[in-house]
Design a protein around this ligand. Structure first.
Ligand code: SF4
Ligand code: SF4
Length: 136
């Protein structure tokens, strides 16, 4: 079962997941059809080895195993799979570190996309328990 990136990543793109992925299967879209492929990263489900390393690395909680994707993001699974229909338009994402978001920003982003905050994973909750991320 592959992991998938949801639109909680849109416009965040800090690419922490890229740095941790052992098989370089996280891609950015370099084409022009932004209506179809939003400004976020995508996991190639055929290359993903299901190691799970990227999920806790994402400060926005945007990465899920496919069978754990919140219902509001179901369409994002197909979008990650669509990489194979547009191979020429995807390239391995470049790693670019950004300051991590704080708890409020993460919560606001989830609300923006209609996600119940209680869907935050246990690891995410632990990370933000004291109000802000200490990750750099
Ligand atoms: S770590 Fe999360 S928010 Fe950052 S680029 Fe990867 S999926 Fe997107
Ligand atoms: S689960 Fe592992 S192999 Fe798949 S995208 Fe995440 S880090 Fe890469």
């Amino acid at each position: 079962m592959a992991y998938t990136i949801t639109r909680l990543c849109v416009d965040c793109l800090d690419a922490r997941c890229v740095n941790i992925c052992p098989v370089d299967c996280i891609y950015e879209y370099a084409g022009a059809d932004r209506a179809r492929f939003p400004n976020q990263l995508y996991i190639d489900p055929e290359e993903c080895i299901d190691c799970g390393a990227c999920e806790p690395e994402c400060p926005w909680g945007a990465i899920f195993q496919e069978d754990a994707v919140p219902e509001v993001f179901t369409a994002d699974i197909a979008l990650n799979h669509a990489i194979h229909d547009f191979n020429d338009h995807f390239r391995v994402a470049r790693y670019g570190r950004k300051p991590p978001p704080d708890f409020q920003q993460v919560a606001e982003n989830k609300r923006k996309w209609g996600v119940d905050e209680t869907l935050m994973s246990d690891r995410m909750a632990q990370r933000y328990r004291h109000g802000s991320s200490k990750r750099t």
